[in-house]
Design a binder for this molecule. Structure first.
Ligand SMILES: Nc1nc2c(ncn2[C@@H]2O[C@H](COP(=O)(O)OP(=O)(O)OP(=O)(O)O)[C@@H](O)[C@H]2O)c(=O)[nH]1
Ligand SMILES: C[S@@+](CC[C@H](N)C(=O)[O-])C[C@H]1O[C@@H](n2cnc3c(N)ncnc32)[C@H](O)[C@@H]1O
Ligand code: SF4
Ligand code: SF4
Length: 339
């Protein structure tokens, strides 16, 4: 039986974002800076990762509490071996109506077809610049723009629906806003601009590096007129704008300047099976132990229900009023729970 649970702020549980690995082949400065995630950094050993069977079992339990939308993320999800098998298993779960994946795109060219055949509906590809030198620096490993563009092409050929994500940092890649907008408008892929966020403890976040979405909209509108359009669904993270007189659109994810916590329907499951109520949470609730200790689906369902019903997190809204206080608090790393 499907039932809709709600938290203390009356927010329904609708989305489950599953991190399948904490490893990544990139070292984006805003997420996994190389000086911290260096050769000696200890990633999770295989036995601590949830198996595909455990992830699928949890997915089924989550759908019985209202989840219909699944996003696979990481680290870099395509670093996890045999990902199409997991997609195939999740596809079988009753109640799942949308399976998306967020990826840096560098390994997508070789996996897109198998992912689509396994049942993946769509991909969101992250790309912060079309300038090869800048992109190589930003990803920390010298990957080329063409590596990602080939992935996007393969995804389109495979029939996956595609969106793009660009994190904008003042003084780092703000000069790429217009070239990215022009290019992806032409390619007919929705590009979403993400305000640089103070996730984790290691990305050296400063408020003056955030380019407010309002500034981005103004800049694009001056060259290519835009008009706001309604959200696609309740709690959509991105605010949408359409290029006037066309079908193409952009999205703005304004977690710093216009927090959207009041409609946040997202639960996050880390690769080791911890459930987080918020992207900026300090601690998660362990679901791996109950899974491995032989608890029944019903017992785990009650545990998750209890966690969601007690949920009161709304970090970004609070940050608006107390940035210095919150930045100092210890938080889970983005590469651990996947954004
Ligand atoms: N602060 C905050 N940021 C979020 C949240 N969800 C997503 N983001 C940010 O927005 C980015 C884009 O999120 P996506 O996963 O691509 O967005 P989505 O809402 O699932 O996308 P669609 O399902 O296509 O609408 C993430 O990488 C995060 O940086 C959230 O709940 N809180
Ligand atoms: C953590 S990554 C995981 C998936 C995959 N590796 C990727 O990069 O698409 C998910 C998303 O979080 C975004 N992200 C990471 N750190 C961020 C930050 N400090 N502020 C805003 N977005 C961030 C990335 O750009 C990416 O779109
Ligand atoms: S944003 Fe994605 S690609 Fe970049 S370091 Fe984080 S997990 Fe890796
Ligand atoms: S800050 Fe936390 S509560 Fe607010 S939208 Fe993001 S994940 Fe949801």
């Amino acid at each position: 039986m499907i039932e809709q649970v709600r938290d203390t702020l009356n927010r329904p549980l609708r989305d489950l974002r599953i991190s399948v690995t904490d490893k990544c082949n990139f070292r984006c400065q805003y997420c996994m800076p190389a000086e911290i995630f260096g050769p000696d950094f200890e990633f999770l050993p295989q036995h601590k990762l949830l198996s595909f069977e455990e992830i699928t079992r949890l997915t089924a339990i989550f759908t019985s509490l209202g989840v219909g939308k699944i996003r696979i993320t990481g680290g870099e999800p395509l670093m996890r071996k045999d990902l199409p098998s997991l997609i195939r298993m999740i596809r079988q779960v009753e109640g799942v109506h949308d399976i998306a994946m967020t990826t840096n795109g560098s390994l997508l060219a070789r996996h897109a077809k198998a992912l689509k055949e396994a049942g993946l509906d769509r991909v969101t590809v992250s790309l912060d610049s079309l300038d090869d030198e800048r992109f190589g620096k930003m990803n920390g490993r010298g990957y080329h723009v063409s590596d990602v563009l080939k992935g996007i092409e393969a995804a389109a050929e495979a029939g996956l629906s595609i969106k793009m994500n660009m994190v904008v940092q003042r003084g780092v890649n703000d000069q790429d806003i217009l070239p990215m907008a022009r290019y992806f408008r032409e390619q007919k892929h929705t590009l979403r601009f993400i305000e640089f966020m103070d996730v984790g403890n290691s990305n050296g976040w400063k408020l003056d590096q955030v380019v407010p979405s309002s500034e981005i909209v103004k800049m694009i509108h001056e060259e290519m007129p835009l008009e706001p359009i309604d959200p696609n669904y309740y709690g959509e993270v991105a605010s949408r704008y359409r290029y006037v007189g066309s079908e193409e659109e952009i999205g703005l994810i304004s977690s710093v300047t216009q927090a959207f916590c009041s409609t946040c329907t997202r639960a996050r499951l880390s690769a080791e099976g911890k459930l987080y109520n918020c992207l900026f949470a300090s601690i998660g609730s362990d679901l791996r132990a109950p899974l491995r200790d032989g608890q029944s689906d019903e017992e785990i369902r009650e545990l998750i229900r209890e966690i969601w019903e007690k949920r009161d997190e709304r970090y970004s809204e609070i940050r608006l009023n107390d940035t210095p206080g919150l930045v100092k608090r210890s938080k889970v790393e983005m590469s651990h729970i996947g954004g």
